[in-house]
Design a protein around this ligand. Sequence first.
Ligand SMILES: [Zn+2]
Length: 138
Amino acid sequence: MGGMRRRPAQRSFADIVREVESTPRQPLEAPAAGTLVDGVLTDPDGREYRRVEDTLTANRALALAAAGAVVVWDSCGCGGYCGFEWFSAQDVKAMAASGAPVIRNTKRARGNVSEWRSRSGDVLLLAEDDVRWAGRMG
Ligand SMILES: [Zn+2]
């Protein structure tokens, strides 16, 4: 019989818990413009939005864009870690004029559009991953 093999030391669950608990929390400060932090999406003008609807139909997204919503795209769907693409009001007008977005949500494509609102009632549409709209996305 072979000798007992020693496994390399592994971190126990307790070690991991200790590590997480000792990790300092993010300091409370205004999030940078154009970022998504702790569920708050801040647009380049500094307005803060919270999600009110996880998934919109393409027609609902169109109606909100036509009514002047801010539109932002997270093209890879990672939550904005590698940056959001913000569209100008003029872009949004062109998108609304072209009709509803094409939101592909299949086994391989994970397109989604969610609705966000600021305290003063501004509407923002966050498109993620596989969404095509007037050549601005997709
Ligand atoms: Zn990304």
